[in-house]
Write a protein that binds this ligand. Structure first.
Ligand SMILES: Cc1cc2nc3c(=O)[nH]c(=O)nc-3n(C[C@H](O)[C@H](O)[C@H](O)COP(=O)(O)OP(=O)(O)OC[C@H]3O[C@@H](n4cnc5c(N)ncnc54)[C@H](O)[C@@H]3O)c2cc1C
Length: 320
């Protein structure tokens, strides 16, 4: 196919040329129900690959100009109101395996929930992964974000990960390749994680339960976890004062600030909440107002931790 023809190719055309896909494709798929905020426009197409070979098959055949976005369970993402161009990938049942390799190693698919990983490790008498019980995402999202809580993060338990690049080539990644930093991995942005091996340490089921109970109690008293939210909105700044994002937001008078149905949580002011009818733009504008006020107040520029993806304005049907 020539360049001119490709330039006008829609996502649906591109997908209809891909042979032997086994996973489900949904055109114009609503994404809001797949995210914690419950906002945002549709994906041009949603693909749920059955397993790694199915995903590799798509990546090998889909023309480079069709963008691909991976979604975990959408607990750290704000999908904009215009939706997401190209193909959104959500990992299917073939990414939900979890097994133990010895008395401290856990091999886990990227689609498995962090909390499920922590509970399964507990059943096997493997401690050190309790912090994952307090993070509501998937292992794939945890690898991308170097998720962490209560003094531990993925970096501390990471052994290796498997990933595919945009062309469907498979890689095995070491800790050095992942280059973890605070809520960040330097792994190429186009990599889709397939699975990970994590290292804990042998502990009694009761010891692990005690830690998980502490985490649960702490989260329930300090975070609005039963609301439509995206977790911590901004990263804690690495300035000299050591003040956390929520303290700066509080000092700038933003606790409880509202924009339509979007609000800065009264309970934890680094969380934004959708009270029901907020649009993605309300949440994003509110976040930007908070950033401006904090900068005016403390001269510190907060950096978004929540990943904002997609288009501000609704796409025309069939455009690509
Ligand atoms: C109530 C609440 C509490 C939270 N508490 C914490 C906390 O204590 N600590 C913490 O670190 N986070 C916390 N978060 C944020 C969030 O849960 C984590 O960042 C989590 O790791 C995101 O995982 P996810 O599957 O939801 O990813 P998504 O939100 O769907 O995606 C986040 C990013 O990861 C990428 N991604 C997802 N899957 C893959 C994959 N397989 N391969 C490559 N990239 C992928 C996405 O493209 C996106 O860039 C909280 C969120 C909420 C709503």
């Amino acid at each position: 196919m020539g360049d001119a023809a490709r330039a006008h190719m829609t996502v649906q055309d591109a997908l209809s040329n891909v042979r032997d896909l086994r996973g489900k494709i949904t055109p114009s798929a609503e994404l809001a129900p797949l995210t914690w905020f419950r906002v945002g426009g549709p994906a041009e197409a949603l693909f749920v690959p059955e397993d790694a070979d199915d995903l590799a098959n798509l990546l090998q055949q889909l023309p480079d100009e069709i963008p691909i976005t991976v979604l975990g369970v959408g607990s750290n993402i704000l999908v904009r109101d215009g939706g997401i161009r190209g193909v959104v990938v959500r990992l299917g049942s073939g990414f939900h395996n979890i097994s133990k390799e010895d008395d401290s190693l856990v091999h886990v698919g990227a689609g498995v929930l962090d909390a499920v990983t922590a509970r399964r490790a507990q059943k096997w008498g493997i401690g050190g992964l309790e912090f994952l019980s307090g993070v509501p995402g998937t292992i794939g999202g945890a690898l991308r974000m170097n998720a962490g809580a209560y003094g531990s993060e993925i970096k501390d338990v990471f052994v290796s990960a498997q990933a595919l690049d945009r062309r469907g080539k498979r890689y095995s990644l070491s800790a050095e390749d992942m280059g973890f930093a605070y809520r960040y991995s330097k792994a190429p942005p186009d990599f889709i994680f397939l699975s990970a091996t994590l290292r804990g340490n042998p502990q009694s089921v009761e010891q692990i339960q005690t830690k998980m109970d502490e985490i649960k109690h702490s989260r329930e008293t300090s975070q609005p976890i039963r609301t439509r939210t995206g977790g911590s909105t901004f990263k804690n700044p690495s300035d000299q004062t050591g003040r956390k994002a929520w303290q700066l937001i509080d000092e700038a008078g933003c606790r409880g600030l509202r924009e339509g149905d979007a609000q800065v949580s009264e309970k934890h002011c680094n969380f934004l909440i959708n009270h029901g009818h907020a649009k993605a733009s309300d949440l994003e504008n509110l976040g930007e107002r908070v950033r401006q006020r904090v900068e005016r107040q403390s001269r510190i520029k907060l950096e978004w931790e929540i990943r904002r993806v997609g288009e501000h304005v609704r796409m025309q049907r069939g455009s690509a």
